[in-house]
Design a protein around this ligand. Structure first.
Ligand SMILES: *Cc1c(COP(=O)(O)O)cnc(C)c1O
Length: 342
């Protein structure tokens, strides 16, 4: 357990957040002449700043109390808030295990926070021996662990994540954007054990709601309280809140969508292994597959010529492409190009 307060920037601790018009009155019935809204229309009212109706549903779904849930304009907002809450610009540092999701580094750079990169091992796992000396760096505030990791697709070993949580006097952000595609259990259940843990999840991937821009962070309520103080007051639109509420009220549709993607992932992996020019198909706990080819730039261009867009990751992992699992038709098209021209 860490002393959370000593890690929160002083200006954030003392920050008096913007008081929105409706903070003092919580009811939906009434005559609202407080927020300079237009009295006519459907979307004329500001949305609930703390998304309480949606949070109630998420709380039930995840078995996490509402006070331990933050909702953001995508999980990218939660990532950004971690820097704003914990890192003094030009002073503190963040640690990343590379290659990983690009937004951590961008958010750090915007916030003028130095990044320490510890490369993953050859089998894309955390190199604990290289991490241990860095854990004592007094300027290090944040450690980002992406599991399952983007773009490698695998999850990190549980004992390595636990070691970092136990031995780091700072904040560990565990990005579980792809957890629903994995057989591994979420770290949500370990929140009560580690108060320095922030688990990030999203509605953009398994839930199929990327267009709504809603992400989740789960953490100790003191951390969530700071996130709510710093976020912009109406960070999730009424349309998006309603869309997610309706999406999570139909779990049957979620489950069947998820199973369809998982079945396609297995099929696509199998078929890619049969392609002569594909040298390696990495195992995936996510909804994408990392493959190694002989010449990634050439394969990438050939796919583009057929109007198929994948991610060329060869600048971080030699000759590797990251392929998102598509519909059966899309995957068949992709395989066609592979089998015909390569
Ligand atoms: C896609 C992705 C996200 C999701 O970001 P949103 O802002 O919620 O859409 C977060 N983390 C990782 C690693 C991702 O790949």
């Amino acid at each position: 357990m860490i002393d959370i307060k000593t890690h929160i920037r002083k200006n954030i601790l003392s920050l008096k957040p913007y008081a929105s018009a409706r903070d003092e009155f919580s009811g939906t019935e009434g005559i609202f002449l407080d927020a300079n809204e237009n009295p006519f229309g459907n979307l004329n009212r500001y949305p609930d700043p703390l998304q309480s109706e949606l949070k109630k549903k998420i709380s039930r779904l995840k078995a996490i109390p509402e006070q331990a849930i933050f909702l953001g304009n995508g999980s990218d907002e939660a990532i950004d808030l971690c820097f704003r809450i914990f890192c003094e610009p030009g002073e503190h540092k963040a640690l990343l295990f590379t290659p990983t999701y690009g937004m951590y580094e961008v958010a750090a750079a915007i916030h003028n926070t130095e990044v320490i990169k510890v490369p993953l091992t050859d089998d894309f796992q955390i190199d604990l021996e290289k991490v241990k000396p860095v854990l004592n760096d007094k300027q290090l505030k944040l450690i980002f662990i992406c599991s399952p990791n983007n773009p490698t697709g695998n999850h990190m070993r549980e004992q390595d994540i636990d070691f970092i949580l136990q031995n780091f006097n700072g904040i560990v952000i565990l990005d579980e954007a792809y957890i629903d595609f994995s057989k591994r259990q979420s770290y949500l259940q370990k929140l009560s054990e580690f108060n320095n843990l922030i688990v990030i999840q999203t509605f953009s991937k398994a839930w199929g709601m990327a267009g709504a821009r809603v992400g989740m962070a789960f953490a100790h309520e003191q951390i969530i309280g700071s996130m709510n103080k710093v976020k912009s007051p109406y960070n999730i639109s009424a349309l998006s809140q309603a869309a997610i509420r309706s999406r999570i009220s139909d779990l049957t549709s979620f489950e069947s969508g998820l199973h369809a993607v998982l079945a396609e992932r297995e099929l696509l992996s199998m078929r890619l292994k049969e392609v002569r020019s594909v040298k390696k198909v990495h195992p995936s706990d996510s909804n994408f597959i990392l493959i190694e080819v002989e010449d990634a730039d050439r394969v990438y261009q050939q796919l583009i010529d057929s109007k198929i867009v994948v991610r060329n990751r060869s600048n971080s992992i030699k000759n590797c492409l990251r392929i998102t699992v598509g519909t059966p038709e899309e995957n068949a098209e992709l395989l066609n190009v592979f089998n015909q021209s390569m």
